[in-house]
Ligand binder design. Sequence first.
Ligand code: MSP
Length: 527
Amino acid sequence: MATDRTFYVTTPIYYVNDAPHIGHGYTTVMGDILSRWHRQRGEKVWYLTGVDEHGQKVLRKADANGVSPQEWVDRLVEDEWKPMLRTIDIANDDFIRTTEERHEKGAQAFWQDLYDRGAVYKGGFSGWYSVSSEEFVGDDDVHDGEGDDEGFKVSALDGSRVEYMTEENYFFRLSDYADRLLALYEEHPEFIQPESARNEIVSFVKRGLKDLSISRSTFDWGIPVPWDSSHVMYVWIEALLNYVTAAGYGVDPDRFEELWPADIHIVGKDIARFHAVIWPAMLMAAGQPVPHRVFAHGWLLVGGQKMSKSKANGIHPDEIVETFGSDAYRYYFSRALTFGSDGSISWEDIGARYHAELANGFGNLASRVAAMIGKYHGGQLPAAGPLSQPEMALIDDIGAAVGAADAAIERVAPQDAMNEVWRIVESLNGYLTEQAPWKVAKDGTESERLGTILNTAAEGLRVLAVVLNPVLPKACAALWESLGAEGPLGALADQPLADAGRWGQLPAGTTITKVPSLFPRIELDQA
Ligand code: MSP
């Protein structure tokens, strides 16, 4: 039988026509932060990411490089996509490739089910198709290209070139689902977020839906349609299924029941329609529950333009991580941008936040506290004496910030969560400035008071280690160790968020070691 529910988070599966850029890294990091946060709450979590390997976009790229599509994807997955996960410190539970047998089998089972239920029929298709976004484009959205695209037709949706195709295809009865979809958006306003994406989707569906061509018969880089092997599945209608095939659809009913429906699909807004219109309609047609939420985030803009490989403004995650480290990478994207809106990023901004917030704010606080315990207390955590007003105020502030950060994650607003957590950094810095333990230490008569201040500061750091762990796993592991990991503290996994604000968890006498420089200063001119 199925066990208790698991919080199931997914990213889109990325096309392996090319190497990843930080746009892909962005989605993956945000999914990871969400997953780690829920784990820190003590929940069971399953975080899925992976790659989309079929379709014409990948096929053409392999052809252009003179290798078979399978060779091309194998090489890129091993040399680029899996290493990216390590570069940005992703703790995914699963990685799905659409050329894996589990996916091919599950996708075929799902298709057969759609067919048996009468949701699919055969017909003729003529129309425009963009290989770059693997998307059909309506006549009204096709324009004459200009500049480099002179002589070609382009899609108004994303500027990509389109081609006219005429084929015999299988069709999915998408038009049958408009009312049920509108009812879903109405009854579950949280289904598609944020509000801007929801509005766009609702008005799109209100304009009416057309049946969708879902198979292709002019190339064979795809999964054969189970009842007609002269067709392969249209790549999107195959790729969306990764969310269920990875969860055991058609092969492991217990696992499927535990994981499905997904709690949240994180996607870029460019692909919100596929996830909030086509995907739930397919699930409805197959009699399966729809996911709880689809969250569409905005674009990373570089120099004011959407970053993409084809525009040559695509930055590889390595380029940032090599200079600033993976923690700073994760922090920057979660703190500096509003999840759900477009946002500009720049090297200067990353550097400025790194120094102001991570090095001078958090890192410096951690090393000062550990250094003072070393200097004034031989590296043993002093016991706290009676708490006075400043301690009580600090504890209140910290408890409120932890609660507010948790609520922000609940509404998928990591930037707000980080702002709340930074209130803790600021409160602790303010507390130390006001209480000035270095002055108290000079006056040898107040050793109990000195102990209270140092103990309180160390407790504050403990809370920070717990709440920042989802974003800064490397720094928090180092901080945790210096707070006495060899003592009775246990692993971070044993530190659920709900307990973070519970005061007095570090036992007096714990050995506090020097905190290594968590965020060393970087000479940016040389970077
Ligand atoms: N293969 C499809 C998704 C199938 S999911 C069943 C696909 N792949 S993709 O490689 O093009 O990746 C698209 C995703 O990458 C976007 O939805 C977004 O999550 C991320 N991003 C790509 N460029 C981006 C930016 N410039 N900014 C932010 N995210 C971006 O579409």
